[in-house]
Ligand binder design. Structure first.
Ligand SMILES: [Fe+2]
Length: 343
């Protein structure tokens, strides 16, 4: 064998050995996500480390991403869509973008309340909508239920973000489910009548307003409060000193819960990678990440996490209604808020 020929053989063998590795490296998952928490980066890196599948992440506003998926149609490169709040997940589902995912693992790991009965979407983290109050203005035990938010005793003392925001629509949808439409209507009217000011800002702004005494009570997702607990800024710590939170309805149905989650898309070019990705999100490692990174609870029960501030909120009774029902009731919730003039 000439030197040139042996070199060629060595090269050919090398290429054959290399090509599967090259192909494996090229395996990708295209993720469209409306979660824009900086800590999510490490979450996706964990998937790549475990599977070798590269995650191409496209971030965007919730509505913009959904519009993009719809516009791209059958040519969409997106494999998985992840967003926050059942209201948005439900809207995406209504648009027909998800394919059902049959996964024994997801079925076993994710509680029934946090996934679609038709397997089109799954919740991977859970958040509670809690009542916050000013410790100087409200005594412990003075407000214990969502129903209390509409009590005339709180006239002019309640701060909220807009009624049209999915977090509030989902809470209202929960009231529609549990109280029926007529009582939910009265509740929305009571909430509107109790507002200290026109709705503005996000949940953190409501917590700050409670701390400043502009309002005695407010509604917020718990992770905003925990974020302030973990902040190194003195102003944030001051808010936590002034404000306490209550897990509502502990004596009856439990606290209203919401999810962040998503599903595999109907036109996913890499459906196998997509299912693997969802299963990864349900793993102990990824589940703990939701708690450690963004102060949400793992959707999977019993997963250990390392977030003392979140853990300090303690155990509580959560509402076990299937969140799909909160999605279905969004239009009624919106209608009630509009009728009551809760902006
Ligand atoms: Fe949020």
């Amino acid at each position: 064998m000439s030197r040139n020929r042996s070199l060629a053989v060595v090269l050919a063998v090398g290429l054959v050995a290399l090509s599967p590795a090259l192909m494996a490296q090229e395996e990708v998952l295209n993720l469209y996500t409306a979660r824009h928490y900086p800590t999510d980066e490490a979450l996706y890196a964990g998937f790549t480390k475990q599977t070798g599948i590269k995650v191409n992440r496209i971030e965007g506003g919730e509505d913009a991403l959904l519009e993009r998926i719809k516009a791209e149609g059958a040519n969409s490169p997106a494999d998985v869509f992840i967003t926050v709040d059942i209201g948005r997940i439900w809207r995406a589902d209504q648009a027909g973008i998800f394919a059902p995912t049959k996964s024994a693992l997801l079925e076993k790991r994710i509680p029934a309340a946090y996934r679609d009965p038709r397997d089109k979407w799954f919740g991977f983290s859970a958040r509670a909508r809690v009542i916050a109050y000013n410790r100087d203005m409200v005594k412990p035990g003075e407000i214990t239920r969502y129903e209390d938010l509409a009590d005339s005793k709180w006239r002019g003392k309640l701060c909220t973000r807009s009624s049209a925001h999915p977090y509030n629509l989902s809470l209202t949808a929960s009231m529609v489910n549990h109280l029926g439409e007529a009582k939910a209507k009265a509740w929305v009217e009571g909430v509107k009548a109790n507002l200290a000011r026109d709705p503005k800002g996000g949940d953190t702004d409501q917590l700050r307003s409670v701390a400043a005494g502009e309002c005695a009570i407010a509604i917020a997702n718990q992770y905003y409060y925990v974020r302030l607990m973990r902040s190194s800024k003195p102003a944030d710590r001051k808010v936590v000193e002034k404000v306490a939170i209550v897990f509502p309805n502990q004596g009856d149905r439990g606290t209203h819960m919401n999810i962040s989650g998503g599903g595999v898309l109907k036109h996913a070019p890499h459906p196998d990678a997509a299912i693997k990705f969802l299963e990864y999100l349900a793993s102990d490692q990824a589940q703990a990440h939701f708690a450690n990174g963004n102060n949400e609870w793992p959707a999977v029960p019993g997963v250990k996490f390392d977030n003392p501030a979140l853990a300090s909120l303690g155990d509580f009774k959560s509402d076990e209604i299937n969140v799909a029902k909160l999605g279905q009731a969004q239009p009624v919730a919106q209608q009630l808020a509009d009728q009551a003039g809760w902006k």
